[in-house]
Design a protein around this ligand. Structure first.
Ligand SMILES: C[S@@+](CC[C@H](N)C(=O)[O-])C[C@H]1O[C@@H](n2cnc3c(N)ncnc32)[C@H](O)[C@@H]1O
Length: 258
């Protein structure tokens, strides 16, 4: 199971304060001999951002926190200097909410399954045996898994459900305009998704919803189907199989047989 840092909110704020604060202090007290151009300030802001992300990764903060630091550190350095128009702030908040609303509502932010793992998922879906196998990605993000599995497995029906508005719109457009015909994206909560016909249910969520999700899947999934969780364990229910993926984050696919 992947190592995620405890108290990520506190640690993220501390890292932001240290790196953005240091950059602001360096800018404020740098000797007059140092060039004070737009580019040197931007370089300083992005150096601080890089430092924050490297530190976050070293203490095992998850990808969503690293993305937040990548955006917030340079913003904290540049905003006081350039004072952008006030409407940019609600716009930025709307954009963030469009992709990360489930970070607040469900404690599940957006981060994406990598290419190697997607390939493995397509291989784990059972072969067509009279009827088309069904694969469901619960919380499909930008639709990358749905697209990859549907392309690799034209014999299957592949469905993604998502409720973060902008993630849903991007996934829907991507699959509707460019996706294979056996892929579908629905604006639907994972808690209202019918999984009774699925052969494989996949979820890459967070520790928060796993106990409730396990209850739902145990009650609804048919015998012989499988549930695959990327990285996150179900409390008190050891997986039947663990498949390690040879990638940089040492992904593990945890599999339960229904
Ligand atoms: C970590 S991302 C995984 C995205 C995609 N499955 C992948 O692996 O690339 C989890 C996604 O689940 C979505 N999500 C969280 N709770 C949800 C819910 N109750 N209903 C639908 N989607 C949800 C989030 O918005 C987010 O896009």
């Amino acid at each position: 199971m992947s190592r995620e840092a405890r108290n990520p909110v506190f640690k993220t704020i501390a890292i932001l304060v240290v790196f953005a604060g240091s950059a602001i202090v360096v800018w404020a007290v740098a000797p007059e001999t140092l060039p004070r151009t737009h580019w040197s300030l931007v370089a300083l802001a992005f150096a601080a951002s890089l430092g924050a992300m490297v530190t976050g990764r070293a203490i095992h903060l998850g990808p969503a926190w690293l993305v937040l630091m990548a955006i917030a550190t340079p913003s904290l350095v540049l905003v006081p200097v350039y004072r952008p128009p006030i409407w940019l702030f609600p716009l930025a908040a709307l954009l963030l909410a469009g992709f990360y609303s489930n970070g607040a509502l469900e404690k599940v932010p957006l981060y994406l399954t990598n290419t190697r793992t997607r390939r493995q998922l397509a291989d784990l879906l059972p072969k067509a045996n009279g009827t088309k196998p069904i694969f469901i990605d619960l919380g499909c993000g930008l639709g990358g898994v749905v697209s990859a599995v549907a392309r690799a497995r034209p014999d299957a029906d592949v469905i993604g459900v998502e409720t973060a508005p902008l993630s849903f719109i991007l996934a829907w457009l991507r699959l509707t305009l460019f996706g294979p015909r056996n892929a579908r994206i629905r604006f639907q909560s994972i808690w209202h998704t019918d999984v009774s016909q699925a052969d494989t249910v996949y979820a890459f969520l967070s520790p928060a919803p796993m106990a409730r999700l396990n209850e739902k899947l145990r009650a609804e999934m048919k015998a012989g189907s499988i549930f695959i969780s990327n990285s996150f364990a179900v409390p008190g229910a050891a997986p039947d199989t663990i498949i390690p993926i040879d990638d940089s984050r040492q992904t593990q696919l945890l599999i339960w047989q229904m």
